[in-house]
Design a protein around this ligand. Sequence first.
Ligand code: ASP
Ligand code: MG
Length: 869
Amino acid sequence: MNVSNRTGAEPAPWVVIKFGGTSVSTRPRWENIARIAAAHRVQGRKVLIVVSALSGVTDLLKRIAESGSDELAARGAQAEILRRHEAMLGELQATSRETIDALFAQLDRLVADPGRVSGALEWQAQVFALGELMSSTLGAAFLGAQGLPTQWLDAREHLVAQPLANQSAWSRMLSATVPAAPDAGFERALAARGEAFITQGFIARDPEGRTVLLGRGGSDTSAGCFGAMLRAQCVEIWTDVPGMFSANPRLVPGARLLAQLDYQEAQEIATTGAKVLHPRSLGPLRRAGVPLVIKDTNRPQLAGTLIRAVASDAAPCVKAISARKGVTLISMETVGMWQQVGFLADVFAAFKHHGLSVDLIGSAETNVTVSLDPSENLVNSDVLSALAADLAKVCRVKVIAPCAAITLVGRGMRSLLHRLSGVLAEFGALDVHLISQSSNNLNLTFVVDESLADDLIPRLHALLIRADALRAEDGAIFGPSWRELEAAGAPPPPAAWWREQRAALLDLAAQQSPRYVYDLATVREKARALRALGCVDRWHYALKANAHPAILRALHEEGFAFECVSLAEVEALRAILPTLAPERILFTPNFAPRGEYVAALEAGVRVTFDALHPLRHWGELLRDREIHLRVDLGVGRGHHDKVKTGGATSKFGVSLDEVEEFRALARHAGARIVGLHAHLGSGILDADHWRSVYAQLASLAESFTHIESIDVGGGLGVPARPDEQPLNLAALGRVLDEVKQAYPQFALWMEPGRFLVAEAGVLLARVTQTKRKGHVHYVGIDAGMNSLLRPALYDAWHEIVNLDRLDEAPAQMVQVVGPICESGDVLGSNRRLPECREGDVILIAQAGAYGAAMASRYNLREPASEIVL
Ligand code: ASP
Ligand code: MG
């Protein structure tokens, strides 16, 4: 990584390396610090090490600071602090303990001080400062003993906080601001003294020379200040995570490491909840143009997150979703506010008076609601009731707490709004207290009850990826997921078959293009994986996904029955498999004409009805027939609105409130209902879905007399984007086993389509032309939406590679488009491909399902042909 930003010809550059609490709490960690510092020294850099207190020590000091009249509690915490540092002294085998003993004595004096009972702010700052003073003292001794002479600096001699206008006394002392800027004099003075230093994070002095703090987590800010003052080559924040993520990885294991961010985006993410970096650390670095890298102490080989000025060439995109908890909302209601001069001035004067800085603001005709961020304010009940009392003079006040502010962060947020409908729909179902869109166009925030946040974040993260708002597949911005990083060392998933068949595929493409190529081995492998589940009594292949004869034959050999949705499908199937028993064909039409039912029933095919009309009007066809009933369970599921097949707005199935009438009509016609069926949609990756479908159908079936089989549909998803997790088949087996045991009297049927064939097919096409318009690059190929409709119809995402240049690094971000006269003829947008040339073979993966099956002759262009490998 080249992070050099220096223009001047100054000698030995500086690097500031900051280590957080866990990174300074054991001897191996200190050995690690010594290694990192030594590596910089070897590169000729001067090093300033900034350290936090040992992990947990600031919290212990807080117990002392807040002990009030409880001296016992204070003494207990003090003893624990001593024990922790004694243990570290032993581990580090430090020889001299003079300085640390002086700090212990200081702590003892402070605990005895009357300031403790009153909790005087000045006294608190001195107490808190001891954590970093102690850790840096231990560190200096250890590094010296390791042959890395490191001078100890008192950060308070160099970082001077400036009080801000209207700042509360609390934040002036405990959450102070240091306006750090490049300081050549300081740099020269330090350079004259030596080449390696260690100092404390978190602490500074005020203009009167008193010790002040930079707010919890403020050691990052110290590193930022020193980095700016020294105009360092780089500031490295060494911590226990690999960088910033697209969401809190503890809630979202699929959250992606953010490989690079510009200062503003990183600032928003830090401000809106990510704990990995203190929000105030970036300002000084941005102004001084010093880059910052977040690195993982345990995995130094990972690149981490690089934050600097250059914006990447990426399209506007959501980079992260963050949440801040502990937010307090103040809602102020007045009947007369509308256009009343000075109302807002009066209201905000009260906040100013109480030293509270307001974060978000929302206003309506008679209401203004603002939020108070706990990290910027001391928000306790005393402060709030004093504020409320003042506000009550001008309006009706309501305090809503605790809330969570959920923020989408990304440059160009306003241009993304059209992609956010799914996200907005999630919020639509909740009580949202406040919505705010930042004027810098970098964030969109929703304030909801705090208890909702943890469930919401994973859902929103998945929706953002699906909506292409968070372009997780862009490797220049998004690194590996947390889950992948945790699994590092585990064997990688097997490569797709087409990588191994590259040479054969290139030959096929040279003969003819565009063309679909199918790999039957993959079809059989999927079929066997499903049959191995055991608990399903009959598998049907939904042949609408791909009716290629070779695939039908292979699945027949694998023991699959078939599900058809048109008479033409039934006829094609019977022509290809003449020996297939008609009762192994399940015909599930929707709004088909009468004739199709007549023909199917006469052929002895099993027919599923999904409306009352056929029974009401064509009842004479059904005398003594066995029929199946498709029910609508009232909800749809799936990867896109257009594939949801449940709920009143979808045209499929008999709604639950009409099931009784359906039974009466069947009885009247003399038909027996022997099977119940439901299919809620496609692309479902969560095994639990089929548990609930089965359970609902089975309990419904118990009220019928002749039900033999329950068909829980298909919809088994195939992960498309690199971040999606495959459907867990073992889990599917477990849930089906479980429900099956509860209802052993029914045969369990399923009817997957896509699952069996999607990955078995690829679409090969050749580059026709390339083009640039403005900053948008196009790669044209000879296959369009008439060959593969899914991207245009469902916003489906298919992996796209240049098969001729598989090993070349991506060169630019392109739109992969076809030759059809439609703006929607885009097969993949914002893909990073190597430089493409005319004639190159492009491969579109996972095209085995609903590819050729949905093709058309639109524009009178022949769609891609099909061939089996
Ligand atoms: N030790 C301080 C804290 O825990 C500062 C820091 O670690 O960044 O808040
Ligand atoms: Mg921290």
